[in-house]
Each structure stands twice: as C-alpha cells, then as structure tokens.
Design a protein around this ligand. Structure first.
Ligand SMILES: [Fe+2]
Ligand SMILES: [Fe+2]
Length: 381
C-alpha cells in the first residue's frame, strides 16, 4: 500500500491513502473514460465504506478493502444514491459479509430502490437520524442534502475530523486523460459532466450553497479526479454553472427550438462569464472559444488544442486561446471544429459539448452546426 499526497504519477494498483485514515480503493479501469471511485474511512475500530461500486469492479475493490481492514471492522456502507455504478455490487457484499453486522447509510428515498437489489441489510436512514452519524470514537460524519443531484435523496458526506467531502456524483467528471488529482483543466471536465447529469442549475446551486459554512480541505468524488487544492475555486465553478434543463430550455421550457430569442445580457451566457473572453465579439467566436476550452478539460489541453489548430479558420495563441475567426464564417468553422474532434476522438467528444452548445446557439439566435442538428432533442433546433 502506498501513501502519496501529490500529483499524477502514482501507483494506483494499490490502495492510496489520500489523508491519514482515508483510502482511495479503486476502481482501476483503464478501458473506460468513466472512472468510478470507492473510498474507505478507517477510524479506530470502525471503518466506513463509501460507494462499494458496480459488480464489474467488485473483486478488485473487495481485495483492496481487505488489505486495509478485516471485514468485521466495516460498520457502515454509505450510498449516495441507487445507481448501479454506486452499488450494483451490494448482493456480492452481502454474501461476503455473511453474518457480520453493519448498516447501509442512505436516504429514505434511496432505500426504496436499493431494496430492488434483493438485499436485506439493516438501514441507517440519514433523514431520520438528524443527518449525521457518530462513529464509536465520537467522530462525526455530517450528511449534506443535495436533492436531485442527481437522484431525489442524493447527499454528500462531510467528515469533520479530516475536513474531507465525499461528494458522490457531484464534482465528478468523465475525461479522456484521467489524473488522480484535479488540475486547472478539471473545471471544464466537471462542467461537461454536470451539464448532463445534474437536473438543473437551481438544484446544483442549492447543493453548493450547503457547502458554504464548511471548511473543506479536499473533495473525493465518485468519478473524475480528487480535488485536493483550491477547493473553493471548484465550488465556485459549479455554483456559477448552468446545467440540465436550463441548458436545454433556457428560462422557458416552452420555447425549445424557438429561433427569435433576444441576445443575452453580458455575463449570463453558458457556463463561463463573458469576462473570460473580453475582446471577442459575441457570436460564433465566443462559442468556438468555449468549445475549445471545454475540450481542453475533457480531452486534455494538448490534444484539444492540437486538433483545433488544424482546423481551417482557427488561430490560437501559445496558450490555446482563440485569437480570431471571421464571424461570417463562424457556423462553418464551428462545424469543421466539431467534425475534427469527432474524427479524432469519436462522437463522444462532440457529445460533451452538446448541451452547452444548444444553450449558446439558442441564446445567440444562431444556427446549430450540422453535426449536432436534430441530435439533442426531438424538437428541431
Ligand atoms: Fe449516479
Ligand atoms: Fe456515479
């Protein structure tokens, strides 16, 4: 087992102790862009398992757990929601535990669905237990309700002692080039994930507002990278992001596809603020800059900018910032850019941008690039 606090190049074939007593225990899955993480908190005679994972990863996670503690020490399994990547392995855990006593810690709304896995664990319903759990040492785990992010009973867990936040899907990401710890580009990868997997801006903002009173040193998401520095920067990024139904419909769900919407006021666009693009006229230039920024987060800066540089009509500075395009050619350039990403990385790369693009195109009153036209909703754009 290794105990490494710092960056990127690290041995993840073994459990990693991210802070004393808190272990990343997998899963290691080189074949998938979606990394699913489980964590183990060890506190004296108690251990708490966060998100035991899918059936696919069960053997690997199970082996890592028993390298750290005997099964009898695990008193609690925390499940943020009922998704298969979170807890599809529950029946296998039930068999392994046999008669060892422990509880499933989750919200009452989630219990309804977890029972469908055919398990009979005793439940610790957080909403009926004052939203906290006291371990036998007196250590307190506090549960932060984050409804519809992305299930009705979703919550995050705050460990007061280590000032760690186990965030479930929130702060997650799906990336081409995964790193254990988040870097500067992780913000855009995170936004791409939240565009789709979170219900709405209000839901996400509600969850973020609950974090304001907490002192958080690190965020341990179920997907993507661990955030171990500048935590407030990432919280702010999600607090100021639009997502879900708001990207699809704007402020009015009955106006999907309507082309004559007024131009937006400065600062209200998409996920970034216009201040990041001062000097760039509103329109395709802004949208193309956002796509490149998004792909830097999802595909990695090097691949995202190298691909963009090869697109006719796009000029980037040494940092990958868009210098100029001919606005009247904007639709064609955007289409060429998206086609270049699709050709090199598959439709997945374009898919990452689709809700953001849908929102911007609608707000600017422009036309959806051909590559995505008709692929976002069953309405025509
Ligand atoms: Fe989920
Ligand atoms: Fe998940």
């Amino acid at each position: 087992m290794v105990a490494i606090e710092e960056y990127r190049e690290m041995d993840i074939s073994q459990p990693v102790e991210v802070v004393p007593g808190i272990w990343w225990i997998g899963a290691e899955d080189e074949d998938s862009h979606l990394k699913c993480h489980s964590y183990l908190l060890v506190d004296g005679e108690d251990a708490v398992l966060f998100e035991p994972g899918s059936l696919l990863h069960h053997q690997s996670i199970f082996q890592r757990v028993i390298k750290i503690v005997p099964l009898r020490k695990i008193r609690h399994i925390v499940l943020t929601h009922q998704d298969t990547d979170v807890c599809g392995s529950l029946p296998a855990w039930e068999m392994a535990f046999n008669s060892i006593p422990f509880h499933i810690v989750t919200h009452s709304r989630t219990v309804v669905f977890i029972k469908q896995y055919g398990i009979s664990f005793p439940i610790y319903p957080i909403d009926q237990m004052y939203w906290n759990l006291k371990l036998s040492s007196g250590r307190i785990l506090r549960f932060i309700f984050a409804p519809w992010c992305h299930s009705p009973g979703t919550f995050m867990t705050y460990d007061e002692k280590s000032r760690s936040l186990f965030s479930g899907d929130i702060f997650g990401a799906i990336t081409n080039k995964w790193s254990f710890y988040a870097d500067h580009f992780y913000v855009e990868a995170m936004r791409s994930f939240h565009d789709d997997y979170m219900a709405s801006t209000r839901h996400l903002q509600y969850a973020m507002s609950k974090l304001a009173p907490l002192s958080i040193d690190r965020i341990l998401p179920q997907h993507g990278s661990i955030i171990n520095r500048d935590v407030l920067h990432y919280i702010h990024a999600l607090s100021s992001s639009r997502c879900g139904i708001d990207l699809l419909c704007g402020d009015d769900p009955y106006r999907i596809g309507v082309k004559d919407v007024p131009l937006p006021v400065s600062g209200s666009l998409g996920n970034s603020t216009m201040a990041n693009y001062s000097g760039l006229p509103i329109g395709y230039r802004y949208i193309i800059a956002r796509v490149i920024e998004r792909e830097m987060g999802v595909l990695g800066k090097e691949d995202a900018t190298a691909t963009a540089r090869q697109v006719r009509g796009i000029h980037l500075d040494s940092e990958g910032n868009l210098i100029a395009i001919r606005e009247k050619d904007g639709k064609d350039i955007l289409n060429r850019l998206l086609s270049a990403y699709e050709k090199r990385f598959g439709f997945w790369a374009v898919f990452n941008c689709r809700l953001m693009l849908h929102n911007l195109i609608r707000e600017f009153g422009l036309k959806m690039p051909d590559i995505l036209d008709g692929k976002i909703t069953n309405e025509q754009s």
